[in-house]
Design a protein around this ligand. Structure first.
Ligand SMILES: NC(=O)c1ccc[n+]([C@@H]2O[C@H](COP(=O)([O-])OP(=O)(O)OC[C@H]3O[C@@H](n4cnc5c(N)ncnc54)[C@H](O)[C@@H]3O)[C@@H](O)[C@H]2O)c1
Length: 273
């Protein structure tokens, strides 16, 4: 059965890295893109480039610069999306959010035990990281579901990393957020199925990928060196690898892939050394 509905992708973290590549790739495949991002000053020129690439693909870029973990801003963003959907409906089309991608990188990269409390994690840093990198997924999906944005065949993806089950000195706070994110996806997958939504939820576990977020990790160069030796393909994962996988997984016939963690890493995760 062909799907003649108007396909939208809601990309949380659309202006860089995995979210950017996926936005442009899905736009080329006919999706319209609603992009949420948080950028200031110098970075805004790049946001315009991303929007330009989406529009050059013949698609539409509805981008909103906001903190994705802010409840009021999320509500306002969904009002904007609803108004855009209403316009499509008035023109006789049937829009729905086919793809939701949670690709937010905004975490505290500090250890737990430091002599100077200022250099280590505290309640604010812990909760902010958990809120943006894990819990915000749940609140977005709740509102999308309650608001009728999802439909048969909708796919929800959350970006996780091997760091959810490994220790790296500065990654402890983000690691705990990734563990929570994976748990949230399992719960959402089960509830989406039990509610007969026709939507699924999975984690994408990307290999180590050179992006602005990776380069902020103090141990990033060591991680790159190890990955280049360890990845059996002899190269690192790219944002385009992730985008290609999400496009393929979002095609027809994948409705029974639910609640899983899908590696997109060329076999990096299974390779010990
Ligand atoms: N780079 C890697 O090696 C790697 C590997 C596995 C998983 N991941 C995960 O993939 C996801 C994307 O990472 P990336 O490397 O593409 O990062 P990136 O820095 O290239 O992009 C991050 C995006 O998140 C947006 N963002 C950050 N905080 C936000 C907030 N509070 N509200 C709205 N937007 C916000 C930024 O504007 C940007 O668009 C992250 O969850 C990351 O942990 C990354």
């Amino acid at each position: 059965m062909t799907d003649d509905r108007e396909r939208w992708a809601l990309i949380l973290g659309a202006s860089s890295g995995m979210g950017e590549a996926t936005s442009i790739t899905l736009a080329k495949a006919g999706y319209k893109i609603a992009g949420i991002h948080l950028d200031f000053r110098a970075a805004l020129a790049h946001v315009d480039e991303v929007k330009g690439a989406i529009e050059a693909a013949g698609s539409e870029a509805l981008f909103i610069n906001m903190n994705a973990a802010d409840d009021e801003k999320r509500a306002a963003a969904l009002v904007t999306l609803r108004e855009r959907f209403d316009r499509s409906r008035a023109e006789g089309r049937e829009p729905y959010v086919r793809v939701v991608m949670h690709s937010l990188a905004f975490g505290s990269l500090v250890p737990f035990l430091t002599d100077d409390p200022k250099g280590g994690v505290d309640r604010k840093k812990m909760e902010m990281t958990q809120d943006v990198m894990a819990n915000s997924l749940v609140y977005w999906v709740q509102d999308l579901w309650r608001g009728g944005f999802l439909g048969q065949g909708s796919k929800i993806y959350a970006m996780t990393s091997e760091g959810s089950t490994r220790v790296v000195p500065s990654y402890g706070v983000v690691s705990s957020a990734k563990a929570a994110l994976e748990s949230h996806i399992r719960q959402l997958a089960m509830e989406l199925a039990r509610n007969n939504t026709g939507a699924t939820a999975n984690c994408i576990r990307a290999g180590v990928t050179v992006t602005p977020a990776l380069l902020k990790i103090p141990e990033s160069q060591t991680m790159i060196d190890i990955t280049m030796k360890r990845n059996p393909t002899g190269r690192m994962t790219t944002p385009q690898d992730v985008a290609n996988a999400i496009l393929a997984l979002s095609g027809d016939g994948t409705e029974f892939i639910n609640g899983d963690i899908i590696s997109v890493d060329g076999g990096e995760y299974i390779t010990g050394s």
